[in-house]
Design a binder for this molecule. Structure first.
Ligand SMILES: *Cc1c(COP(=O)(O)O)cnc(C)c1O
Length: 235
């Protein structure tokens, strides 16, 4: 097996283990292989190992890659969404993980209507209240969720977060719990299901799964070390 195939198998086994500990069905967790900075050949290697869901965070880089690969692949946009790139991102990606403001959501909804799409999106929450990170503050999402859900075109899957950097994986747990509890609170208040939680990366995806993640975004543990950091943060 190639390194990528071996790594994928290991990550999937670890997701399985976390599901077992949490009494969850492994089919309820989608692994998104984050291929940013890695070439199309690496994506192809993952595909040959049987994995077909990938995450990218920069449009231009992703477009070049998507064009080189079979159209059957599933692409998730996990980076910050710039307004002037909304149209192309909607056209190229099946799911968008980081809708980070009401203004952006309203605009994406308008564009989706123009081009005839019903995009699946996550709302990014600044769960640690960090200056450097984008996303809705918990109080903002409490007051804006009904407006967000009233948008005709966006299908809101649930919440996403990139928690503060921590020393060990276990330290991420309170942030993942906080995102799940915020989701539960919103569901209770508005009576609309928000079934999905996009949380957990290479360093902490098992903890995230134990806390209810339905989508984990794992890059370096599959493809190797990378030159650039996590997106979804303000530059
Ligand atoms: C890069 C990135 C990831 C993957 O990070 P790894 O630590 O390499 O697994 C996940 N989510 C977002 C938003 C990213 O930008």
């Amino acid at each position: 097996m190639s390194d990528i195939a071996t790594n994928l198998a290991e990550i999937k086994a670890r997701i399985g283990g976390a599901c077992e500990r949490a009494g969850r069905d492994p089919a309820s967790v989608q692994l998104i292989a984050v291929s940013k900075t890695f070439p199309a050949d690496d994506v192809r290697e993952a595909l040959e190992a049987g994995h077909d869901v990938f995450g990218e965070s920069r449009l231009q880089e992703a477009e070049a890659k998507i064009d080189l690969l079979p159209s059957s692949l599933h692409w998730h946009f996990i980076g910050r969404v710039q307004r002037n790139k909304v149209r192309k991102i909607l056209q190229r990606f099946e799911m968008i993980h980081a809708i980070d403001s009401l203004r952006l959501a309203v605009y994406a909804d308008e564009v989706a209507s123009e081009i005839g799409l019903f995009p699946k999106v996550f709302l990014q929450i600044n769960i640690g209240g960090e200056e450097s990170k984008g996303g809705f503050e918990p109080d903002a999402i409490r007051s804006e969720i009904e407006t967000l859900l009233s948008l005709q075109r966006l299908e809101v899957m649930g919440l996403m977060c990139i928690p503060p950097a921590v020393k060990k994986a276990e330290d991420s747990r309170p942030w993942f719990m906080a995102l799940r509890e915020l989701r539960d609170e919103l569901e209770n208040n508005i009576g609309v299901p928000l079934p999905s939680l996009s949380m957990g990366m290479s360093g902490d995806f098992e903890i995230a799964v134990e806390e209810g993640a339905t989508h984990v975004r794992v890059g370096s543990s599959i493809f190797g070390k990378r030159a650039y950091r996590v997106d979804g943060e303000l530059a």
